[in-house]
Design a protein around this ligand. Structure first.
Ligand code: PGA
Length: 229
């Protein structure tokens, strides 16, 4: 199983290091063989000696240059970072990334050999229209994306379940992942209010290969309890 922690705009450089040290020692002592990723904010990216893959939540499609506020390959190479989140709904909805921008980013980081956790998800008004509408909406988020890229992990995150405490139901996750599986042979994560209280149920659903966790990942002990559930 894959367990990925998305810190978003939480944790500092100091608390990220403390977190990674603490989670690493729990993982090393606990003898677990799960695949663990942590996505700290850009300012906390660094080299870590840890049984954890550290990735970036975002980056610009350039080696370096005049892109105020962005980081490029130079800043990632410094720490050997080769993993990126692309398409997160907060970047699509809050930061205005269109499918075209997302697809360009995907193609660039694929070309650079990055592992890409590619996020898709529907808003509530689409979910309310039923399964067919959801699948059509999600398929449009594959426009311009090489869904056969061997270093892609897909993350299905219904927008209405992110940060709301309300996870999708087992039936909703099962039917959506089943539909996605018809197109995607890569691992498929679920994200959206995954937490210690529902993790067992979520990871036992067919076609769920792991979770992408926001809020419940911010505390290392909490996240570790999910990893070992
Ligand atoms: P959440 O966030 O676990 O806080 O709902 C998940 C995500 O946005 O990746």
């Amino acid at each position: 199983m894959i367990f990925a922690a998305n810190f978003k705009t939480n944790h500092t450089r100091v608390t990220t290091r403390e977190y990674i040290e603490s989670l690493s020692s729990m993982l090393e002592n606990g003898d677990t063989d799960q695949e663990v990723f942590v996505f700290p904010p850009s300012t906390a990216l660094d080299s870590f000696d840890a049984p954890i893959v550290v990735g970036t939540q975002n980056a610009y499609t350039a080696q370096n240059g005049a892109f105020t506020g962005e980081i490029g390959l130079d800043q990632l190479d410094e720490f050997g970072i080769k993993t990126i989140l692309i398409g997160h709904s907060e970047r699509r909805e809050v930061l205005g990334e269109t499918q075209e921008i997302v697809a360009k980013k995907f193609a660039f980081f694929k070309e650079q050999g990055f592992k890409i956790i590619y996020c898709i998800g529907e808003p509530l008004e689409i979910r309310e229209q039923g399964d067919q509408a959801v699948v059509e909406y999600l398929m449009a988020q594959f426009d311009g994306i090489d869904t056969e890229y061997e270093d892609m992990i897909l993350a299905y995150e219904p927008i209405w379940a992110i940060g709301t405490g309300r996870s999708a139901t087992v039936e909703e996750i099962a039917s959506t992942h089943k539909a996605l599986r018809a197109t995607i042979s890569r691992p498929i994560l679920y994200g959206g209010s995954a937490k210690p209280a529902n993790i067992k149920e979520i990871i036992s659903i067919d076609n769920v290969d792991g979770v992408l966790v926001g809020s419940a990942s911010l505390d290392a002990t909490n996240f570790y309890s999910m990893i070992t559930s």
